[in-house]
Design a protein around this ligand. Structure first.
Ligand code: AMP
Length: 275
């Protein structure tokens, strides 16, 4: 496996299947890399990016505390079948500086009221900026994203289709959320949960599970809110929305419950299909 640090080094790996990550890799990322390997077969390369993207953090302390585990990440990526790992510097990703504007439109799904944008303003601008730049550099045939970050997945899909021919018809492939046996969605931030906070954090997946059993969106929101309240968790949001547009649910369309909450100073998100 090759470690690549600049655009020049990526040349040999164009048209591959890419897995963008911020590192601190766990079994959820591993599943994405293995999926990429299966998609790529033996003809195309699999490239994993490790880049803690400063422009998508609206909280400098969260950025500073984000776990960084490069050696272990390289070993995991290699074990899962990556051909290359792209570990760029901030200068390689943002050659014009972080203040420069990137020519990419923010899709409407990024700013739906009551979801991520309400609590992390600017977050999806940063996500779109970094992904657009990575796709420009890597020219992938497809990219794999986790369902764990459901709104992000819809934002990336909308951005890629909105940019038309820019990335030559690249595909966006999604992979289901990988969970601990007790239901907690794997996240790089879980290492910062104390045992008590971890127990409380389980209420997110429990709330989603209870919500998923309900027949309509309003009952699902009530069921989820009840579980969180009983666990003493005050969510930033627990809502049921149209799966793709993240607008209000409409009859005949798939629905998704989405939750975000700060538990013991760690911000967690999760989601589940409803109905
Ligand atoms: P991150 O490193 O947190 O930016 O995540 C990189 C990619 O891994 C994103 O596409 C995430 O959705 C995905 N991911 C993170 N956690 C999980 C998980 N528990 N299961 C599946 N995919 C995940």
């Amino acid at each position: 496996m090759e470690v690549v640090i600049d655009a020049e080094g990526l040349r040999a790996h164009h048209a591959g299947v890419v897995v963008p990550t911020m590192g601190a890799l766990h079994a959820g990322h591993a599943a994405l890399i293995e999926r990429a390997r299966a998609l790529a077969g033996s003809e195309r390369p699999v490239v994993v990016t490790l880049f803690v993207n400063p422009t998508q953090f609206n909280d400098p302390e969260d950025f500073a505390r984000y776990p960084r585990t490069l050696e272990a990440d390289l070993a995991l990526a290699e074990r899962c079948g990556a051909d290359a790992v792209f570990v760029p510097s901030v200068e390689v990703v943002y050659p014009g500086g972080m203040a420069a504007r990137e020519p990419v439109a923010l899709p409407a799904v990024a700013t739906r009221p009551g979801l991520e944008d309400a609590h992390r303003p600017g977050h999806f601008e940063g996500v779109c900026r970094v992904c657009a730049r990575l796709f420009d550099l890597m020219r992938p045939s497809s990219a794999v994203f986790g369902e764990k970050d459901w709104q992000q997945l819809q934002v990336i899909r909308a951005m890629v289709s909105g940019e038309g021919a820019r990335w030559g018809g690249m595909g966006v492939v999604s992979h289901p959320t990988v969970r601990e046996p007790d239901g907690l969605a794997l996240s790089s931030r879980n290492v910062r949960l104390s045992p008590a906070a971890r127990a409380q954090a389980l209420s997110l997946s429990r709330a989603l599970r209870d919500a998923a059993r309900e027949a309509d969106a309003a009952s699902a929101e009530r069921a989820g809110a009840r579980v969180l309240r009983e666990a003493g968790v005050e969510p930033e949001y627990f809502v049921v929305r149209d799966s793709e547009t993240l607008e209000a649910v409409r009859p005949g369309r798939a629905a998704r419950a989405l939750v975000a909450a700060v538990v013991g100073s760690v911000r967690l998100i999760d989601n589940e299909r409803v109905g």
